[in-house]
Design a protein. Sequence first.
Length: 298
Amino acid sequence: MKQFIVKFSTLLLAATLCLGCGSSFENEVSGLQGNGPFPLPTNSPAPNPDPDPVPDPDPVANLRVASANLFGGDNIVIIDGTTVVDDLNKFESTPYIELEPGQHRVVVQGGVNPQALSTLVDENVTLAEGTDSTLIYAFDSSELDFTRTLLLTDDTTPNAGQLQARLVNMFYEAGENNATLLDDSDNTLLGPVREDNTTAYSSLNLSLLQNADSLVGFFAQPGGSEIDTFLYSTVEGTATALIEALADQVGVSGLNVTIIFAYFDFNAGLSTELPALFILIDDSANGSTTILSTPDLK
């Protein structure tokens, strides 16, 4: 019995000591640590995706074909195998045609007899991105049934109130010639320029031009000796003054033009070849507009 009391006393003392110890940690540690409770996921709508971006425009280049050819009735213009114009007349131009930059094959068919068409032009041209270009074809009277071509890069952005022009010489006589454009007071407007060449664009004096009655084509050998002089007063087939027709096109926004000398006819009485004055309006929205004048014959 005494032994039982001792054991019971010992157990009671141990229990008392354990209760007095308590915990040595001031704060309990939970399984989740951090700044408070974690938020529950919500069903917020996803943000709308960005709208489809506007694609970059495809690169383009513009080309027109101009006939400075004596035999021009209903010429057919074919680009890369597709007919773009089937009735291009002499001293006319197609509109600018939108193409991809790079190389393109241009074929022009025509001739005096529409039942037996000849190939007047068959040429590959290379166009740079963002450019406006003109392929001109002209009759070479020094070699029958031979057509020459010239590819030009056009400036279709005029300066307000200004007339800017360049001169192209596609008038082929026996031997080379230099062409110069003057007014009827012998003021040089453009040139001289050799066969198969063009001047750069330059600004013409509108006041000087409007005081003139006619334009003059002066042709000379490279050494300087004169070949011929021709006077241009009216628009072909009309009584409209050439200077007036040109000035009317200028307007407030200005005008750029390409002026071409090209073979028009042979005058047996004067024993001389006659060059036409063929003017292209360099306007990307109005590229088929042309003005034609032929020499005044005495």
